[in-house]
Design a protein. Structure first.
Length: 202
């Protein structure tokens, strides 16, 4: 059984890294910003952003594979957090993202690598090599960074395993402990062993 997305999504350590990544690159994000597949809009909150999603919290309801309602060269920048792995055709969606972004715009991605399945439509993973190859077809890849160290990556699997075995207080106790350990051991980072990637494209 997959961990409920409300728990996975609020994995404290992941949230901290996502927010730090977005904050560090905030100077690249010029409005209007496209939040591609933004879900509840949590990552673009407080920004001059448009949440483009099929969910009820979207500012603009649209399929990322077909953004025809949006004119070409409309947005000045974009973010795409934990979305590509859920898409039926990521490359088609990337082509559409490229179309609606102005030339020279920056697009920030968070993409899982060594990570447990977290939703029913969680379809795929890329190595940093495959991710760079795919993104390079549509954008200039400025950087791809490791999101977490090897110990937090291992602990995320422990958390998933404990959820599968026990939906009790024991799971929540381990959940808290693994988050704390992750915060203290995140310096052992490698592109080959990370939980997810942080990519900056232009």
């Amino acid at each position: 059984m997959n961990m409920p997305y409300r728990i996975y999504h609020h994995y404290w350590h992941h949230k901290k890294i996502y927010r730090d990544f977005l904050e560090k690159n905030k100077y690249l994000l010029k409005g209007p910003i496209a939040d591609f597949g933004g879900g509840s809009g949590v990552w673009s909150k407080g920004l001059d952003a448009v949440n483009i999603d099929l969910g009820t919290d979207a500012d603009m309801r649209a399929d990322l594979h077909n953004l025809q309602p949006i004119k070409s060269n409309h947005f000045n920048s974009g973010i795409c957090v934990n979305v590509l792995e859920h898409l039926e055709n990521p490359e088609k969606a990337l082509k559409e993202m490229k179309r609606v972004l102005k030339d020279g715009s920056y697009l920030l991605f968070v993409v899982p690598f060594s990570q447990a399945v977290h939703k029913e439509d969680d379809r795929r993973r890329w190595t940093h090599i495959g991710l760079r190859e795919m993104l390079s077809k549509y954008f200039k890849v400025v950087s791809i960074e490791a999101g977490e160290g090897i110990i937090p990556t291992f602990l995320s699997y422990v958390t998933q395993m404990m959820w599968n075995r026990s939906h009790t207080k024991l799971f929540y106790s381990i959940y808290v402990v693994t988050n704390l350990i992750s915060l203290l051991t995140d310096w052992l980072k490698s592109l080959d062993t990370t939980n997810f990637y942080l990519a900056t494209c232009e």
